[in-house]
Write a protein that binds this ligand. Structure first.
Ligand SMILES: Cc1ncc(COP(=O)(O)O)c(C=O)c1O
Length: 401
């Protein structure tokens, strides 16, 4: 049977590989502590779960919903943007509901690019951006995220490359995974100005905008002047309300981009299960105290892991947001992949090799904070007595901006 070259020649999805790695290790009898993937692990808010259950009894719950989202859900997203960011949005024209933000972001290149056109993709990053460009027959041009530039794209370098083959789409992810860096409003403004100057649609993945440790909450791309012309932001309830399996997301921003995404939704999808939209509305418009509690849990875990790894001699970037710690592979411990394989084999601790997120992840590994304190403490104990006991501080590079 013929299979498309796009499928046959695409690398295996990084988190699929991670899953198989954990399964293989377990089959070999290793007691695996899995800190590789980042699966939100706290119980969802009770009032949100109740809203979902109650909505199932509504007579229309099993019918097809409108593909772009029900009015109340789009209103709820607008309310959230007004309360959280001070951004006014038109529910009809500037918001679309999605089966999680991954689905929406993977459709975005189809909405923006013609075959062969270029999209700018950060490296290291969530692998979905480059996969989405690949499946839309686009070309990904990588933007290295390095400490020297505060883990932000180098605008001069982007502009220089525009002269050859202009990019028409840029993926951003702030708050950033894997580094945990929060972009300042002024930095987002520079990227929007670039988009306006060079005719590049600017997409921000804001999946972790509510899991932050900074005094000020991270800004939205849409707070910036001009963002409604070229910008689109993807949001999700997965992390904010700890419901990754429910698949509730949305995109907001430029009317033209939202219209294009809605058109694609209508062709390729049939909308979000109505009870999930009810639950989503309840989450977005209800008390946000639960989110503050999630933040404080993740902050405690972050401090535990950052302190623990630092005590063991690792060079660690303290995240300002999200639920991951990005750390350097110790000197002499081999490549990211070799180091992580040894850690699993010898300590039973599974972390993500930086290279799973791109070439510029070489020399790094990522620890997920989606496990209870005792599990994280046990992982640190194992690291202390395992191969990593000899970890030496690797100077330079990762530190504060
Ligand atoms: C950076 C980032 N963006 C987006 C997502 C996907 O979120 P959703 O559950 O809404 O598809 C993830 C999930 O792992 C993520 O790590």
């Amino acid at each position: 049977m013929h299979l498309s070259r796009k499928v046959v020649h695409s690398p295996r999805y990084a988190f699929d590989i991670l899953y198989s790695t954990a399964e293989r290790a377990r089959a070999k009898g290793i007691d695996v502590i899995n800190l590789g993937a980042g699966m939100p692990d706290l119980p969802p808010p009770g009032h949100v779960t109740r809203a979902l259950v109650d909505a199932i009894d509504e007579p229309s719950s099993s019918q097809y919903p409108p593909s772009a989202g029900e009015g109340h859900f789009l209103e709820a997203v607008a309310t959230y943007y007004r309360d959280r960011f001070g951004v006014e949005l038109s529910p009809e024209e500037e918001i679309v509901a999605l089966h999680g933000s991954k689905v929406g972001m993977s459709r975005l290149p189809l909405a923006i690019l013609d075959p062969g056109q270029v999209a700018l993709v950060p490296d290291p990053a969530y692998p979905v951006y480059s996969s989405a460009v690949h499946f839309a027959s686009g070309m990904a041009r990588l933007m290295p995220l390095v400490a020297a530039n505060g883990y932000l794209p180098d605008i001069g370098r982007v502009e220089a490359a525009q002269r050859d083959t202009p990019a028409r789409l840029m993926f951003l992810n702030y708050p950033n995974v894997p580094t945990g860096v929060v972009a300042q409003r002024s930095q987002l403004a520079s990227l929007i100005k670039l988009g306006l100057r060079e005719d590049i649609a600017i997409c921000n993945d804001a999946a972790y905008c509510d899991i932050y440790y900074t005094k000020e909450p991270p800004p939205s791309l849409l707070e910036v002047d001009g963002a409604m012309e070229v910008g689109v932001e993807f949001g999700t309830l997965s992390n904010t309300y700890q419901v990754p399996g429910w698949r509730i997301g949305y995109a907001v921003g430029s009317r033209r981009i939202i219209k294009a995404l809605k058109d694609l939704e209508a062709h390729l999808d049939s909308g979000l299960f109505r009870p999930l939209q009810r639950a989503g509305s309840s989450a977005l418009t209800g008390s946000q105290e639960c989110v503050a509690r999630y933040r404080s849990t993740y902050r405690r875990r972050r401090d535990l892991v950052v302190l623990g790894l630092t005590r063991l001699g690792y060079d660690v970037l303290t995240p300002e947001a999200a639920c991951y710690v990005w750390a350097r592979v110790p000197l002499g411990a081999g490549s990211s992949e070799v180091f992580c394989a040894n850690l699993l084999e010898q300590c039973g601790v599974l972390v993500l090799a930086g290279t799973a997120l791109g070439h510029h992840g070489e020399g790094f590994f990522r620890v997920s904070l989606t496990a209870e304190d005792e599990v994280l403490e046990e992982a640190l104990r194992r690291l202390e007595v395992g191969t990593a006991a000899g970890a030496r501080h690797r100077s330079g590079g990762i530190g504060p901006r």
